[in-house]
Write a protein that binds this ligand. Structure first.
Ligand code: CTP
Ligand code: CA
Length: 225
């Protein structure tokens, strides 16, 4: 009821949430994608909204719909996502739940590629901007709390720690996306919250529950929870 009346612990706060996969074109009809459903990002946006935050939700082409009651910006590529995030500042907190393509096809074709004309296609890749790192390293107007995700298939916490340091963010929500966990694209998540001061291992739970727990931790960190 409190959230419906707009007086939750995050009332007056602005949150940016990225979510979903990105699509990187190969030609006008083909693209490179990944298995992110966007479910965890959507749940986080909804949980922050429920605590009263104004949420800017920047989403790639996700399988799950965006939550109600948030400002949605739909993008396709990593570079479009970076631009949309840059346009959304200032914010108190930014949560980067998107599975951003690390590389784009530098030699994407302007017309549909055809078989049998000059052999097999050869794709050349360029690295995409690191949206999380760029926000975490903003010299002016940086959100007070910058939260990244780390999808790993091995040495989950060690890789997450390295990512926290390399990217300069405040927290990393690390998860094991090995195929045998069934996490990627599933309804549940098992995460480790890695901060400068330590690691919390959260039990496997529904993505909505992970989101609510994260949102209340964010409210506490911003001094409003
Ligand atoms: N991220 C981002 N922009 C990118 C790549 C990643 O904002 N171009 C964000 C993701 O949304 C996530 C975090 O960075 O919050 C970590 O993403 P991840 O893919 O695990 O890390 P990378 O630095 O890309 O390293 P790698 O994929 O090689 O493990
Ligand atoms: Ca990556």
């Amino acid at each position: 009821i409190g959230a419906a009346l707009g007086d939750g612990p995050l009332t007056g706060r602005h949150a940016i949430v990225t979510s979903g996969p990105t699509h990187e074109p190969i030609d006008p009809v083909r693209y490179i994608a990944n298995r992110s459903s966007g479910a965890q990002g959507a749940a986080i946006a909804a949980a922050l909204r429920d605590l009263g935050a104004r949420v800017t939700f920047v989403t790639g082409p996700a399988a799950v719909p965006p939550p109600e009651g948030v400002a949605v910006t739909r993008v396709e590529t990593a570079r479009e996502m970076a631009e949309a995030v840059a346009a959304a500042h200032p914010a108190d907190v930014a949560v980067f739940a998107a599975a951003v393509a690390d590389w784009r096809v530098e030699n994407a074709a302007a017309e549909k590629m055809k078989k049998g004309t000059g052999g097999l296609p050869v794709l050349a890749f360029a690295e995409n901007p690191d949206i999380l790192a760029d926000v975490a390293k903003m010299s002016e107007g940086r959100p007070a709390l910058v939260v990244g995700f780390a999808a790993e298939t091995e040495d989950v916490v060690a890789h997450a720690r390295a990512k926290l340091d390399r990217k300069g963010c405040d927290w990393i929500v690390a998860n094991d996306v090995s195929p045998e966990t069934g996490i990627m694209g599933g309804a549940e998540n098992a995460v480790h919250l890695v901060t400068a001061t330590g690691v919390e291992d959260w039990p496997r739970m529904a993505k909505g529950e992970v989101a609510r727990r994260l949102a209340s931790r964010i409210a506490a960190e911003l001094g409003t929870g």
